[in-house]
Design a protein around this ligand. Structure first.
Ligand code: SF4
Ligand code: FES
Length: 249
């Protein structure tokens, strides 16, 4: 396959940035999207040009770092996959592919396609944990009965990989899907009850401080989320928040 890549190049956070055009030949259908990007970078380095900077780690849909906006969609065409799980057979010979970073105030561009998602880390640090009694008489987690339905919902919420596609997709750059998944996975379990009220209040407060926008129930986040995180989590977080806010007054 011969392709034309239009890639966002930005030398640093203060640079204005621009789309640059890169023709690439000999791309194989079985290559992953990141392998195609590696191939481009090898060619750029061979020509003495700067390679395109992009985040990646596991390359198997687990770490959530491969944040790319491809042809106007977070993680590109296809549902339920991350950029690293996208294969070039999703494209046709002669295609032009537009590749951009996540665009959100709370995710400033570091360089090219790499953005700073430490705002997510700070939201987690504000409450995404449980307190455990370590005095020696801790109850084994496996000995605490949990209804199957709750365990399944908590597990589903816990599959969020913190990729940020929900924010990048949302017209308001809202992080509600991410934060609600992190709140839900603990709110649904007995172990998460100790600081449940503080958790939701503090995480939502930090989310607002970081500059994420509000949720207007469009649902684009759910459609583009590679892990199928449900909007049901946002409804649950809103209930948790209201209950906590009323009790705190
Ligand atoms: S909710 Fe989905 S899109 Fe958002 S960070 Fe988690 S896995 Fe990524
Ligand atoms: S590189 Fe880890 S999810 Fe894509």
């Amino acid at each position: 396959m011969n392709l034309t890549l239009k890639i966002w190049r930005q030398s640093g956070p203060k640079d204005k940035g621009a789309m640059k055009t890169y023709p690439i030949q000999g791309v194989e259908a079985d290559m992953s999207f990141l392998e195609m990007m590696d191939m481009l970078n090898e060619q750029l380095v061979g020509k003495g040009e700067e390679p395109v900077v992009f985040d990646h780690d596991c390359r198997e849909g687990i770490c959530g770092s491969c944040s790319m906006y491809i042809n106007g969609e977070a993680h590109g065409p296809g549902r339920g996959i991350t950029t690293c799980q996208l294969h070039m057979r999703s494209f046709n010979d002669g295609d032009t592919i537009y590749i951009e970073p996540w665009r959100a105030k709370a995710f400033p561009v570091i360089k090219d396609l790499m953005v700073d998602r430490s705002s997510f880390d700070r939201v987690i640090a504000a409450g995404g944990y449980v307190s455990v009694n370590t005095s020696g008489n801790t109850l084994d987690a496996n000995a605490i009965p949990i209804p199957k339905e709750d365990a399944d919902k908590a597990f589903d919420a816990a599959t969020c990989i913190g990729c940020g596609a929900c924010v990048a997709t949302c017209k308001n750059s809202s992080a509600m899907l991410f934060v609600s998944a992190k709140v839900s996975q603990l709110a649904l379990l007995p172990q998460g009850q100790v600081e449940a009220a503080d958790r939701v209040l503090n995480m939502v407060h930090q989310m607002d401080l970081e500059g994420f926008g509000s949720c207007t129930n469009t649902g684009a986040c759910e459609v583009e989320c590679p892990k199928g995180i449900s909007l049901e989590n946002i409804a649950r977080m809103n209930r948790e928040f209201l209950t906590a806010a009323v009790s705190a007054d």
